[in-house]
Design a protein around this ligand. Sequence first.
Ligand SMILES: *Cc1c(COP(=O)(O)O)cnc(C)c1O
Length: 358
Amino acid sequence: MSRFWSKKVHSLKPYVPGEQPQLENLIKLNTNENPYAPSPKVLEAISKATNESLRKYPDPNGLGLKQTIADYYDLDLNQVFIGNSSDEVLGHAFQALLKQDQPLLFPDISYSFYPVYCRLFGINYQQIPLRADFSIGIDDYQSEGGAVIFANPNAPTGLALDLHKIAELLEQNTDRLVVIDEAYADFSEHSAVGLVQRHANLLVVQTLSKSRALAGLRVGFALGQADLISGLERVKNSFHPYALDSLALAGAVAAFDDDAYFKKHCSMIIDTRDRFSQELKQLGFEVLPSAANFVFAKHKSKPAKDLFEDLRKEAIIVRYFDKPRLDNYLRISIGTDKEMQTLLNKLGLILNQDNFST
Ligand SMILES: *Cc1c(COP(=O)(O)O)cnc(C)c1O
């Protein structure tokens, strides 16, 4: 605390990211990073862009990347917004679009950054409880209130809302903006990008951090009709006009260009996830059906907190949330087959020891 802090700073409750310990031989399954390297073409593009032209500012509009994304999703250039991570893109969306007189609606269990932004930007919000099975009930969003934001697939549950439900939500609420945070959509079959042309009240936010293995590069984007995008541009150009550096722009274009690499690695992660979920069930876990690159699971007898701590002793880090409704679950990112097998072996030993000691 400091007497030089503004009033605002006193009132903030910053987001706490998953830990990034710098230990060797750690199996790190706590922040949903991709276990595979980025495409070699991405690394090559970044190396090529690492030259004397770093002297100059990057293109403030990032036209090359915008055009690449527009072509990839069959959208117009003015339907694409790019930012320095999707957290930043979300931040601009909160300021440009979600700060309204009516409270912003989002699920009580979703990306924990949303209430953080609301406090930072002074946005009223109302949290709508997920149903007992952790699903989002679209009828629960018919009440009074303004815009809606949620992650789909949701985090940390991994559950996806079907595309036809999203279309229904958009049609029932044409006067309400719906922002869908699709950080994990590439691991599911439920991306709403195809609905952008038809629905003026939809903004889709995505990131290259998870499915394209580029969490370190910090690139995110939003897709929506041109008027929504130009609102985001107004905020961005009032804050950080050169949001994406030259290396990030070059790497991100290459990531979309190497579609074969992207698709191959997404399907590897999906296969590992589905096999791993089955194996967890064999060990006595209840596993929510995941459409993401992580699973959310609880054991039938051993508390999640104990499992989390026992795994840590074995140099395996998963995510544990000490929060109501979540505190008996572990969120486990999907790593390589080998990492998941090591985790399963350790879990088997940990659970077995308990059997003998009780
Ligand atoms: C990881 C994540 C983000 C942030 O992604 P960045 O682009 O790395 O900032 C946003 N939303 C959700 C739901 C996420 O899980």
